[in-house]
Structures are given as structure tokens and as C-alpha cells.
Design a protein around this ligand. Structure first.
Ligand code: S3P
Length: 191
């Protein structure tokens, strides 16, 4: 795990981690608490194709989805400090890894495998888990990806026992210890 110096730098924050870990809801909590812009890569890809992620996988294949994912990252307005919610496979391409490593502060949302699998399989919208044995597929993907997440993470949060709101708070606490600057002050606005 890398702990780059972020003191005084107004970097974007990227949320990475396995499917189902809660990146979107944590991203929404962080957005509410910081007022920073929010970019959910899966949402942008889905709206570009005008179809859901499972439909993109089924009609165009995983490779086309991966290309679109990279394109969204490449074209984002990096000058605006943003909370970037990534898909679980963002670490599969070198170009994405390079981008995240250099341009963002990377927050890895992790957890114990059973909890992560239970969350990921709650919705049936994950193309990579539409297999004969989703549990086994999940385990294989998780073992392959953990080292990739660890390689670019500045911060790791174990989300197993936490709500999205608690994860967001844990992230903000760690960021303030690192002297990380958000454009807007972090205290919550009334919801
Ligand atoms: C994927 C995770 C999904 C989505 C796509 C591929 C992956 O996003 O990008 O189904 O490869 O792990 P979530 O991580 O939000 O589920």
C-alpha cells in the first residue's frame, strides 16, 4: 500500500474495490458531506450506451465496456476536485491504474469475503457473477484483484461492519489526518 504525501494538494478522490462493496453509496455520502463533484463511471458508461451494464456486456461484450470505462476516466475534468466512483474492474487496465495513481488519492473499500459476496449477490445485475458457481467466481476475482487494489491504494477501509455513512466518516477522518484538502469544508450539511 502506498501512502503518498497529499498535504495541501487538491486531488480528486477515487473509490476502488470489489463489486458490491458500497462504492456508490459511500460516494454519495462523501459528495453530500464535502460538496465535491461526483462522477460514477458505471453511470456515465451506461448513459453513453443508453443501456444497463448487464445489457452492455451482453450486447457489446466486456472489452467494449472496458474501453468505455477507460474513456470516461481519460476525459474527466481533472482540474475539478471530484469524487470518482469506479467499477470493480477499473484496476484491470494499466492506463487506468496509471491515471488513478498519479491524479487521484485512492481509497480502497475492502471487507471480509463473505460480507462482500453477500452484498455483491444481493442484486442480480453483475455480469461477472452470472456463472454456474457465482461464489467460486467471486472468490477467484477477489484473489486476483486484491493485490491490484493494494498496489494503488493510499487508504484502505474495512467496510465489513460499517454503514455507508460510517465508511464516509472513516475516510474523511483519515483524510484530515493526512492533511488532505477538499475545496469545501467537510462538516455535514443537514440532510
Ligand atoms: C465490474 C464491476 C461493476 C461494473 C461491471 C464490472 C467488475 O461495478 O463496472 O459489472 O469487473 O468488477 P461495481 O463494482 O459497482 O459493481
Amino acid at each position: 500500500m502506498r501512502y503518498s504525501s497529499v498535504s495541501g494538494r487538491r486531488k480528486s478522490i477515487a473509490l476502488i474495490g470489489m463489486m458490491g462493496v458500497g462504492k456508490s453509496s459511500v460516494g454519495a455520502c462523501l459528495h453530500r458531506r464535502t460538496d465535491l463533484a461526483l462522477l460514477d463511471i458505471d453511470e456515465v458508461v451506461a448513459s453513453r450506451f443508453q443501456m444497463s451494464i448487464p445489457e452492455i456486456f451482453a450486447e457489446h461484450g466486456e472489452e467494449k465496456f472496458r474501453e468505455a470505462e477507460t474513456e470516461v476516466l481519460r476525459r474527466m475534468h481533472i482540474e475539478e476536485q471530484t469524487i470518482i466512483v469506479t467499477g470493480g474492474g477499473i484496476v484491470l487496465r494499466k492506463e487506468n491504474v496509471q491515471f488513478l495513481k498519479t491524479k487521484t488519492l485512492v481509497v480502497w473499500l475492502d471487507g471480509d469475503e463473505e460480507t462482500l459476496f453477500a452484498r455483491a449477490s444481493r442484486k442480480k445485475n453483475r455480469p461477472l457473477l452470472q456463472t454456474k458457481n457465482p461464489r467460486k467466481s467471486f472468490s477467484k476475482i477477489l484473489s486476483a484483484r486484491r493485490p491490484l487494489y493494494a498496489n494503488i491504494a493510499d487508504i484502505r477501509v474495512d467496510t465489513s461492519l460499517l454503514t455507508g455513512e460510517e465508511v464516509a466518516l472513516a475516510i474523511l477522518t483519515k483524510l484530515s489526518r493526512m492533511n488532505f484538502k477538499a475545496e469545501s469544508p467537510t462538516p455535514a450539511r443537514p440532510s
